[in-house]
Design a binder for this molecule. Structure first.
Ligand SMILES: CC(C)(COP(=O)(O)OP(=O)(O)OC[C@H]1O[C@@H](n2cnc3c(N)ncnc32)[C@H](O)[C@@H]1OP(=O)(O)O)[C@@H](O)C(=O)NCCC(=O)NCCS
Length: 180
């Protein structure tokens, strides 16, 4: 089974494996903010305990190498999470990405910087042919992040993804990919 790097560095960021004790920092930074989670598959946390459980699952996923890998993003020289990026290795040579940043770090190009690095890493692996992500049709900043990371818009996946902050029904999503 393919194993991504446990840490990576870009010009301004370090991506690192989550730790079980990251809960309070992740909660304070972005996971409790409904503006951040507006288009995401999960609702903002109102307590840190369930977030601790989730982070322990992330650590366990790294340990078992089961195909889902999450990194916390920190500004270089710091250890405080400003966001996260995840990679799911799917069958058939596909790598899927998702990402979120604390609001005060939006608009600095950080998401595109982290995503571009992992897209390049994934497509450098012999068994991966498609790096892709999707975002809500009403989330143009995320669509732009995908394009800045080298992906090309392929179309709209109708009724694709539930964002529980916005309601129970699946919503239309833009899908972008880079292939080799
Ligand atoms: C979406 C998100 C990751 C963007 O991160 P970011 O680091 O601010 O993104 P970047 O600075 O790399 O790029 C954002 C781009 O979108 C553009 N943009 C921002 N708002 C926009 C809007 N309303 N319409 C069109 N473009 C927009 C910016 O101009 C920028 O493009 P540019 O560099 O060509 O000017 C961040 O807003 C976030 O974490 N949101 C909450 C979580 C989320 O929605 N994640 C994506 C789930 S698919």
């Amino acid at each position: 089974m393919l194993r991504p790097p446990a840490t990576f560095a870009t010009a301004r960021l370090v991506g690192r494996m989550p730790r079980a004790d990251d809960g309070p920092a992740v909660f304070a930074s972005y996971a409790s903010d409904p503006e951040v989670t507006r288009y995401l598959a999960w609702k903002a946390y109102d307590r840190v305990e369930p977030l601790n459980v989730f982070l322990r699952e992330c650590v366990a996923n790294w340990e078992k190498g089961g195909g889902h890998f999450a990194w916390l993003l920190c500004l270089k020289g710091t250890d405080t999470p400003i966001g996260s990026i995840g990679l799911t290795l799917e069958g058939g040579g596909k790598a899927m990405f998702g990402y979120a940043l604390a609001k005060k770090f939006w608009h600095h190009g950080f998401a595109a910087e982290a995503l571009a690095f992992l897209v390049e890493w994934s497509l450098a692996q012999p068994g991966i042919f498609r790096a892709y992500a999707f975002c809500d049709v009403e989330n143009p900043a995320s669509a732009r992040v995908m394009e800045k990371a080298g992906m090309v818009r392929e179309g709209v996946l109708r009724r694709w993804h539930i964002a529980p902050t916005l309601g129970p029904e699946p919503r239309d999503c833009i899908v972008c990919a880079k292939v080799k």
